[in-house]
Design a protein around this ligand. Structure first.
Ligand SMILES: [Zn+2]
Length: 454
């Protein structure tokens, strides 16, 4: 395909001869209607401004002839952890970690205490580079760095911004470090929520904020009260792990608390526009509550498998469902594929094609609701967030085969370029935005502080 031009510098861009896959009409309330169509796309600034056959170049416009390759919306991660990017490749534990609690206390909680300010920023930068190379353009991130809380969301934002991603950020409030640290985690959320509220971004928002929390079982009652206060003051939902395994419910029982979802509901924290991740250990009544309250329940299938927390009842998830990688990586095609395979493995019955589509499209519906922009659409008026695939397309992509391509055909190595807001943020073969040596030194420093030897 034509390589004319470099990064689009805002003089307008015309993509000729695209095979456009998109999932939604531009109207915000519209139902999903995935379709594939031959079209040209005109981009000006951060949006697509025209779509149709045989669009003619305007003076000064950059023109790329894509010769029939696929152009599709950027992928969206419904629950991620940029902070875990430098945990990939960490030394393995000397003794096997047997329970989910072991995994938390031996790996993830020491990791979040090892993240200093620089390591937090570099994790976001490295994680964002991994994400964009998988075609992911928007991440609902859930952050924790207990040794360096204040300002940490700015550092995550900086790392993501330098790569060019969009993000919805929050800090995981917890009582794990006592009241003093609890207050710092609450303050970091409120500070960042206020910052986003005070600085409305012109056009399509690059960053949004929510109130984050780790999980019900590490939150005391007073903390839940304080969280409700922030939600009411800032008019926001919460982003929290819910019933990731049985631990959440077991700790509740030991403490004499109601079950986790009831407990959150009692404190007014089951709010529309919230994101609850995992939902492995939820009853049918819990699922109905989530459905009634308009909460997003994000399935993290590969993470559930890795942590051995059990099998999420995906066939009972509410209509507002989506997919998240939970910090394993930001490869949403891999996430969809594996969770679909897992559904077919037996035991609970297959995750149907219809359900696979619903989980995939759910991430776009969630982003549309929370950002107020028609993501998942490549019509005039939509944000110009898209992936251009390589020209090796071995089987036809049509309105009838799009889901089959998502499930079996598309891979990160098929990506030629990625755009966010009309700006090219990745071209296959480009150098990373940070030296590997610096990342490796930072990772080794973190692992050492965790007591692991590298
Ligand atoms: Zn998570």
């Amino acid at each position: 395909m034509s390589q004319k031009g470099t990064k689009n510098m805002g003089k307008g861009l015309l993509l000729k001869n695209c095979n456009v896959l998109d999932y939604f009409p531009a109207e915000m309330g519209a139902e999903a209607s995935p379709k594939v169509e031959k079209a040209d796309l005109r981009i000006d600034g951060e949006r697509i401004i025209e779509r149709g056959p045989d669009l003619q170049p305007l003076p000064g416009e950059e023109v790329q002839d894509l010769q029939g390759v696929t152009v599709m919306p950027g992928n969206i991660n419904g629950h991620g952890h940029m902070y875990s990017a430098l945990a990939a490749g960490m030394p393995l534990p000397k003794t096997p970690l047997e329970t989910f609690t072991d995994i938390l206390t031996e790996v993830w909680w020491p990791l979040d205490r090892s993240l200093d300010a620089e390591a937090t920023y570099l994790s976001a930068l490295a994680g964002s580079w991994d994400a964009v190379r998988c075609g992911t353009t928007l991440v609902f991130d859930h952050h924790a760095s207990l040794a360096a809380v204040g300002g940490s969301l700015d550092r995550i934002e900086k790392g993501m911004d330098e790569v060019g991603l969009r993000g919805c950020l929050c800090y995981e409030v917890t009582d794990r470090g006592g009241k003093g640290q609890r207050d710092i985690t609450l303050a970091e959320n409120e500070r960042y929520l206020q910052k986003i509220s005070d600085n409305p971004q012109s056009g399509v928002a690059r960053f949004k904020a929510m109130l984050g929390a780790h999980a019900s079982f590490t939150l005391e009652e007073r903390t839940l009260e304080l969280m409700e206060g922030i939600c009411s003051r800032m008019n926001t939902g919460i982003h929290i792990h819910l019933a990731e395994g049985t631990t959440d419910r077991e700790v509740s029982q030991d403490r004499g608390w109601p079950d986790p979802l009831d407990r959150l509901a009692n404190f007014g924290l089951v709010r529309p526009g919230s994101i609850f991740a995992h939902g492995v250990d939820l009853s049918p009544i819990d699922m109905q509550t989530l459905q009634d309250k308009g909460v997003w329940l994000v399935h993290c299938g590969r993470s559930n498998m890795n942590n051995g927390v059990g099998r999420a009842p995906v066939d009972r998830f509410p209509n507002n469902c989506g997919l998240g990688t939970d910090g394993l990586d930001d490869n949403l095609w891999g996430e969809l594929r594996t969770t679909y395979f897992r559904g077919n493995e037996g035991g609970r019955g297959p995750l149907s094609h219809r359900a696979a589509a619903q989980f995939w499209l759910g991430n776009y519906r969630m982003a549309r609701e929370i950002f107020g922009e028609p993501f998942g659409c490549l019509d005039a008026g939509a944000p110009a967030d898209f992936i251009i695939l390589e020209n090796f397309q071995k089987t036809p992509l049509t309105s009838d085969t799009w889901l089959s391509h998502l499930l079996f055909d598309f891979h990160p190595w098929d990506i030629h370029a990625v755009y966010v807001g009309g700006k090219r943020i990745y071209l296959n073969g480009e150098a990373p935005p940070v030296e590997a040596k610096l990342l490796q030194e930072t990772a080794a420093r973190m692992w050492k502080s965790m007591g692991w030897k590298s």
